[in-house]
Design a protein around this ligand. Structure first.
Ligand SMILES: Nc1ncnc2c1ncn2[C@@H]1O[C@H](COP(=O)(O)OP(=O)(O)O)[C@@H](O)[C@H]1O
Ligand SMILES: [Mg+2]
Length: 369
């Protein structure tokens, strides 16, 4: 038997999706094959402190973290150690082979942690810095997709400053270019936080101020009336593949925060009831979207389907999608013939493969001969 791979599983974090991350981590920790992996849990508090020790996840879920020890890594190239703080001194705790960020949203899914892991030079699961950041930014993401002629709904981007200083002009621009309903969203957030569906000028005013609380940049998007919501899981590095599509049927007017996490009246349909042709088209666009942002490892690509015209639009991409056993990302793979534990094996392999590929890159000019 070859030596076990030490996987550092990072969860919790500073984003609004802290609790969701704990649920995803619970499933991942339970399904990483103990014959193959040695697991090291690293919990990140809502304040951003890294903690490790015994039963970290249980401690986080029970809110009893006092016995855990602060740990850290340092951005020194090649130093894959986790250090433990003991009496004011950092001492070596353990070395990680692969980092598995199970962190949704800001400071976990947006390229910030990925940048830190790049500086260290450790293999990590999922997308790199660029794809993480672009995938997180609803404005840049659409701009990139437009450049690739991939279908996205019309949109406008405004700054918080514009909203604060010339809201009338902003509203005029929106009404000239889009028609009601429109959706207003903070550019960099998830879980439907700060999102408003607007049917009138007064909704717009409220929605703009609401979104401005959460970000400096605000996306205003053409809305669809009760679109179908289709999701596809994509897996791979240079040769990404798409799962069968699934469908979310939100239990509320749209897929709001409460519909996602608080009520259980939303339904998942797997596979999504689509024609073969629609399925192929959606899978093709999912893979192209993944490639367009140079994604790696995994991503869930979400679509909106207009019920009247049957036109398909890419809505967003999640580079660290929900990962509980009842989450869409792993369920779509299971339905496509890839069981949960094997999906995790594949993600670890892809992380190692991507790191090896990156190590072949020369970062400085070397003269021949
Ligand atoms: N243009 C739109 N037309 C209709 N519904 C939308 C539109 N944009 C978003 N929604 C609804 O709002 C939900 C959340 O929007 P989304 O862009 O996916 O943000 P998040 O990153 O918070 O999930 C979607 O799942 C969908 O129900
Ligand atoms: Mg969404």
């Amino acid at each position: 038997m070859t030596e076990k791979i030490t996987v550092g599983v990072f969860f919790g974090g500073r984003s609004g999706e802290h609790e969701v991350s704990l649920l995803s981590a619970r499933s991942i920790l339970a399904n990483l094959n103990p014959q193959k992996y040695r697991l090291v849990e690293v919990g990140i508090t809502k304040e951003g402190e890294w903690l490790s020790g015994e039963g970290v996840l249980d401690a986080f879920q029970q809110g009893k973290t006092a016995h855990l020890q602060p740990v850290a890594m340092f951005p020194q190239a090649g130093d894959q150690h986790l250090y433990r703080l003991n009496n004011g001194q950092y001492e070596t705790f353990t070395r990680l082979d692969v980092a598995f960020p199970v962190l949704h949203g800001t400071f976990g899914e947006d390229g910030t942690l990925q940048g830190f892991l790049e500086l260290i030079g450790i293999a990590y699961v999922g997308a790199g810095v660029l794809a993480s950041a672009v995938g997180m930014d609803k404005a840049l993401f659409k701009t990139v997709l437009r450049a690739y002629d991939l279908p996205v709904l019309d949109y406008q981007v405004f700054s918080r400053r514009q909203v604060e200083q010339e809201v009338q002009k902003v509203i005029e621009t929106i009404e000239t270019n889009l028609s009601y309903p429109v959706f207003i969203k903070p550019a960099n957030l998830g879980s439907s936080v700060g999102i408003t569906k607007c049917r009138s000028r007064s909704d717009l005013m409220e929605g703009l101020y609401e979104a401005a609380r959460y970000d400096r940049r605000i996306v205003v998007e053409q809305g669809l009336e009760k679109p179908r919501e289709i999701e596809v899981s994509v897996l791979g590095n240079d040769e990404p593949v798409a799962s069968i599509p699934g469908e979310v049927v939100p239990g509320e007017d749209f897929y709001t925060y409460s519909a996602k996490y608080l009520s259980d009246n939303s339904q998942l349909l797997i596979p999504a009831p689509l024609t073969d042709e629609q399925t192929r088209e959606i899978q093709r666009i999912a893979v192209q979207t993944y490639r367009a942002i140079d994604c790696a490892g995994m991503a869930r690509v979400d679509f909106l389907l207009d019920r009247h015209t049957e036109q398909i639009y890419v809505s967003e991409v999640n580079t660290i999608p929900g990962f509980t056993q009842i989450s869409m990302y792993p369920k779509l793979w299971e339905a496509s013939g890839l069981p949960y534990a094997e999906l995790l094996d594949r993600l670890i392999e892809l992380a190692i493969e991507r790191k090896a590929d990156r190590d072949r890159t020369e970062f400085r000019y070397r003269r021949e001969g």
